[in-house]
Design a protein around this ligand. Structure first.
Ligand code: ZN
Length: 154
């Protein structure tokens, strides 16, 4: 939100709040901004005034409209993954399926065998319980957990 000091053609000043600079220009152009005193629609930003006064006040002294950071979308509990994230995860899944061997529930054992050189070194993916994954981490075996998204919608 941007706060403007507004002024009508008759010189009445009042406050206006707009989502952006463009918001004010748009509403003023469409004559949607009314003076609360005389209902005049010829409204200008009072903030513009100092710049037409010669020398009296340097332009730098005029208060600029504060540029507030636009808050991002609020995370909603239980919301679906945003599209871009789902697409990224889908690409990861496709990549993993293309390049890695699926070892199913034997994942932890197979990861251990690879780590200790008992099985061919390769990328694998599969399922493991939390405790299995924890014990892998304890042994210094790095595994990644990838949220497994459906490949198609619905
Ligand atoms: Zn007025």
């Amino acid at each position: 939100m941007i706060h403007y000091q507004l002024r009508c053609a008759a010189g009445h000043e009042f406050d206006g709040w707009f989502a952006s600079c463009a918001g004010f220009e748009h509403q003023a152009e469409k004559r949607l901004v009314l003076c609360p005193v005389c209902a005049d629609t010829d409204i200008t930003r009072a903030l513009m005034a100092p710049s037409i006064r010669p020398k009296a006040r340097p332009a730098a002294a005029s208060p600029a409209a504060p540029a507030l950071p636009v808050p991002g979308p609020k995370p909603t509990a239980g919301a679906l993954l945003p599209d871009h994230l789902r697409i990224a995860l889908r690409q990861i899944r496709e990549e993993v399926e293309k390049r890695c061997d699926y070892v199913g529930p034997d994942f932890a054992n197979e990861a251990r065998r690879i780590h200790y050189g008992e099985a061919e070194a390769r990328g694998i993916y599969g399922e493991g319980s939390e405790s299995e994954i924890e014990s892998l981490a304890d042994e210094g075996i790095e595994v990644s957990h990838i949220p497994w998204v459906k490949l198609s919608d619905g």
